[in-house]
Ligand binder design. Structure first.
Ligand SMILES: [Fe+2]
Ligand SMILES: [Fe+2]
Length: 318
């Protein structure tokens, strides 16, 4: 066999071989293979370059997107924080406003009882009795809190009643009683157009606390559950406090006499369910009374001095 090879002067030279292999052919095949590899490599280089460009574009795009989403996350976080701050501020303002309402109500209640000999304690007892009965009735903590501040306001309208009627010892004439009744509508007028639920509650109590379960009360003669529950609660507490306290027209009545009067008013003057709750828990009410009237007369002395008032005698309650 023969094969070609380069000699020193550049001409192909035939190099004889005796191993039976055509080295020239093999060389040519290798060259062809190399050329193919080169072509494939060039193609791959182009593809790689394309891929590199695509990858770079994708990277830039995702970087932009990431930047956007990072920006959005930061904005969302800031908005959430701002909202939290606003909510905190609003809650603070709401609390302050509620405190301001409560403060105003308290001052009005003091003003309404200012002429009375026994100013502060009636307000305090009314508040504590009403809260206690409201809790026994199952009112929510918010409703109970409203009762605490609005129950002492029930007689705010007495500001508009003349002293000679307000402090009269004996029985009121019909004309005087009609004047006295106006303290409900005067109270409602003072609290008219309420801007908050707590003032609305106070308005209802001032207007309806002399309504009776059987519809024979005043000023509107509404009956049963048409009378707002807060006014029904106050009606019992106010009666209990009036009965067990000294008033211009009466001595304090003993607890059992007072309970008897309230019991007789069950389903007539008062909500029967509230009367049941009241009488069942009378010890709690007496405890409240004793804790406020520390210097008050003991039950023994009250019993010894007890006489029916002229008003109750004439009303046939004895
Ligand atoms: Fe009243
Ligand atoms: Fe009262």
């Amino acid at each position: 066999m023969i094969s070609k090879s380069d000699n020193n002067d550049g001409a192909d030279a035939v190099i004889p071989r005796d191993d039976g292999i055509d080295y020239y052919e093999a060389y040519q095949r290798e060259l062809d293979k190399n050329r193919l590899y080169e072509q494939e490599l060039a193609f791959l280089r182009v593809e790689l370059e394309k891929f590199k460009n695509e990858a770079a574009k994708a990277y830039l795009l995702s970087k932009e997107r990431h930047k956007d989403s990072a920006l959005m996350s930061a904005q969302a976080l800031k908005t959430i924080n701002d909202l939290h701050t606003k909510i905190r501020e609003l809650n603070g303002a709401k609390k302050n406003l509620r405190e301001a309402y409560k403060d105003t109500i308290n001052r009005l209640a003091v003003a309404s009882e200012y002429k009375d000999n026994e100013t502060g304690n009636h307000i305090l007892r009314m508040s504590r009795y009403s809260v206690y009965l409201a809790k026994l009735y199952g009112q929510t903590p918010e409703q109970v809190e409203e009762m605490e501040f609005t129950s002492p306001m029930h007689d705010v309208g007495k500001i508009g009643i003349k002293d000679n009627i307000l402090f009269k010892n004996g029985k009121l004439t019909d004309a005087e009683f009609n004047e006295m009744k106006k303290h409900t509508t005067i109270g409602a007028a003072i609290l008219n157009n309420p801007k908050s639920p707590i003032i609305e509650c106070a308005r209802q109590i001032a207007l309806f606390h002399h309504e009776k379960w059987n519809g024979r009360g005043y000023p509107h003669g509404i009956k049963g559950e048409n009378i707002p529950i807060n006014a029904r609660i106050v009606a019992i507490c106010d009666t209990f406090d009036a009965l067990t306290s000294k008033r211009p027209y009466k001595m304090p009545y003993p607890i059992d006499v007072s309970c008897d009067i309230i019991g007789k008013g069950r389903g007539e003057d008062f909500d029967p369910d509230l009367v049941d709750l009241f009488l069942k828990n009378i010890e709690g009410f007496v405890k409240i009374k004793d804790s406020i009237d520390e210097d008050g007369e003991d039950e023994e002395t009250v019993r010894e001095n007890f006489t029916w008032s002229e008003r109750d005698k004439e009303a046939g309650k004895t």
